[in-house]
Write a protein that binds this ligand. Structure first.
Ligand code: 2AM
Length: 176
């Protein structure tokens, strides 16, 4: 049996914020707009690693554990739709320097370890809806959640019994 798993580094969201976001989504998007992501699965990916071996996972976790930087505040005040990938997302108009620094570090560690990293610039986002086959009206500006970010984590993505489940494997606190 293969020991590789589909892994990614991401920021978690506080449970309360996840609940507020899904309430806002229910209030502002038509029910048939797309497939809603479950509250517990709302996250912001920093670096997608793909299917990697247990050995590579350990090596990447050691490098992640050496990252030293302070936390930051994420203001989730932007939303949009990517027609090609058929997703509606929540993001930020002004990505904090700490977020870009953390994602850059994890992405370059992953690339150096042989994990393919998309050449597309990093566009921090939280996927809210998938399979949005048609253009969806995006709520006007005015919404926003300020999220204090004090940690990042490594997740496994598993698809079982028709459901995607994200399991947090390791978590690191952001401190200088
Ligand atoms: P998405 O929400 O924009 O699809 C788990 O699947 C996480 O990894 C999701 O946040 C997903 O982003 C991201 N992801 C999946 N495949 C990816 C890929 N090939 N490149 C970058 N991110 C990916």
């Amino acid at each position: 049996m293969s020991d590789s798993r589909r892994l990614f580094f991401a920021l978690e969201l506080p449970g309360e914020t996840q609940q507020q976001i899904i309430q806002w989504r229910a209030d502002h998007f038509p029910a048939d707009a797309g497939r809603p992501i479950a509250a517990a699965n709302l996250h912001l990916t920093l670096s997608f690693l793909g299917e990697i071996s247990a050995d590579k996972q350990r090596a990447l976790a050691v490098m992640a554990g050496r990252i030293r930087q302070p936390g930051f505040t994420l203001n989730l005040d932007d939303a949009g739709q990517w027609l090609r990938s058929q997703v509606v997302w929540l993001g930020t108009r002004q990505p904090p320097r700490g977020l870009l620094q953390l994602a850059n570090m994890l992405r370059s560690q992953a690339a150096r370890s042989g994990c393919y990293q998309s050449p597309q610039p990093f566009h921090p986002h939280i996927t809210l809806l998938r399979n949005t086959a048609h253009a969806v009206p995006i709520p006007p500006p005015g919404f926003g959640w300020k999220v204090p970010v004090t940690a990042f984590a490594l997740y496994a993505s598993e698809f079982t019994r028709g459901r995607t489940r994200y399991t947090q494997l390791e978590r690191w606190t952001l401190t200088e």
